[in-house]
Design a protein around this ligand. Structure first.
Ligand code: NAP
Length: 315
């Protein structure tokens, strides 16, 4: 598979999200993980709280985790949201305790990349720095990143951290591409111009922070997929036409749309179906054209500012 750079690591262009790993039987899980590895998809995304804190354990059990399998993979996990989801917690003790729990459940003695899952309104960056320092020195964590953070939050953390932040994991898909639109519609009096994330896309590119994209096929906040969804007739029509052209599925084209962006983002799949995982991975074999990229963007409901809307009078 094509690779992208995260810090100084060359990793697969598509990562495998493990949020629903707890829904598979051991046999299904083993087959899924082994297929992913055979396809070169050896970057696995976890979080301490996925599947009620059961998905990471299900992953390790399914593959009978041992040092020889472990060294064939990159394992990323996250901390900072309490499993009861009643608070965010980036205190030093909570971070250390969360990582120890993840290591135990994943049956490993190191995490390749640890992400802060979401910003904690009560975050004291000095404490995060202390925790990261301990985790790095002990060898429990090799590299660090964040998720769902703005440039200012990242810079605040960076003021105290000794370790670089190499990842920011953000929601992004054809049906959720505000971080692209905001840059295109700059300064216009329409909602698409609203800067909800403080130019996070350009910031990450400037700082060599790899953007990982979560929910590559979902609309809204995990409201279901836009593929074959009657709410997106035009998008599905263009996806189908391009799928035919490239002899792939619509899933592959939607993934290829993310990969075509020059920020070299790393999408994270969510499917637990082997066939769909293969469709996702296939996207790394094709490169859609500039015109196709824009056609999909517009078909998803994003009119370009230079092109008047039907019925719009331009003075
Ligand atoms: N950092 C964060 O805050 C955050 C938040 C959410 C997720 N994540 C990470 O991102 C990963 C992906 O998120 P996600 O699961 O929401 O992403 P997704 O890949 O957009 O959604 C996958 C879901 O859509 C279903 N689906 C139905 N039709 C599909 C099709 N044609 N192609 C692909 N999927 C289809 C899948 O079901 P089947 O299993 O039946 O295929 C699965 O339930 C998660 O596993 C997790 O690692 C991170």
């Amino acid at each position: 598979m094509r690779t992208v750079k995260i810090g100084d690591m060359h990793v697969p262009a598509i990562a495998v999200g493990c949020r629903r790993m707890n829904t598979l039987t051991k046999e299904e899980g083993e087959k899924f993980i082994k297929t992913a590895l055979d396809l070169g998809a050896n970057y696995f995304d976890h979080a301490d709280l996925y599947g009620g804190c059961k998905s990471d354990a299900a992953f390790a059990d399914a593959i009978d985790m041992n040092p020889s399998i472990r060294e064939k993979m990159f394992i990323q996990t996250k901390c900072g949201i309490r499993p009861q989801m009643n608070a965010f917690d980036l205190s030093k003790d909570y971070i250390l305790q969360s990582v120890d729990g993840s290591l135990k459940r994943l049956k490993t003695d190191y995490i390749d990349v640890l992400l802060i899952h979401r910003y904690d309104a009560l975050c004291e960056p000095e404490e995060v720095a202390e925790a990261f320092g301990i985790l790095k020195q002990s060898g429990k964590v090799r590299a660090f990143g964040v998720s769902n953070m703005t440039p200012m939050q990242i810079m605040l953390l960076e003021k105290y951290l000794k370790e670089p932040l190499i990842v920011n994991q953000l929601q992004f898909s054809l049906a959720h591409c505000q971080m692209i639109s905001q840059g295109i519609y700059t300064n216009m009096e329409i909602d698409a111009a609203i800067d909800r994330d403080c130019s996070i896309l350009d910031f990450c590119r400037l700082k060599d922070i790899t953007i990982q994209t979560w929910s590559p096929f979902q609309m809204g906040y995990m409201d279901g997929v836009f593929l074959d969804n009657p709410k997106y007739p035009e998008l599905n029509e263009v996806l189908a036409r391009l799928a035919e052209k490239y002899s792939v599925t619509k899933t592959t084209i939607a993934m290829a749309w993310i990969l075509r962006h020059p920020a070299k983002m790393q999408p994270i799949t969510g499917t637990m179906k082997i066939d769909r995982l293969k469709d996702c991975i296939k996207a790394s074999e094709i490169t859609i054209t500039r015109d196709e990229w824009y056609e999909l963007y517009v078909a998803a409901g994003n009119a370009l500012p230079c092109r008047p809307q039907p019925g719009q009078k331009v003075n």
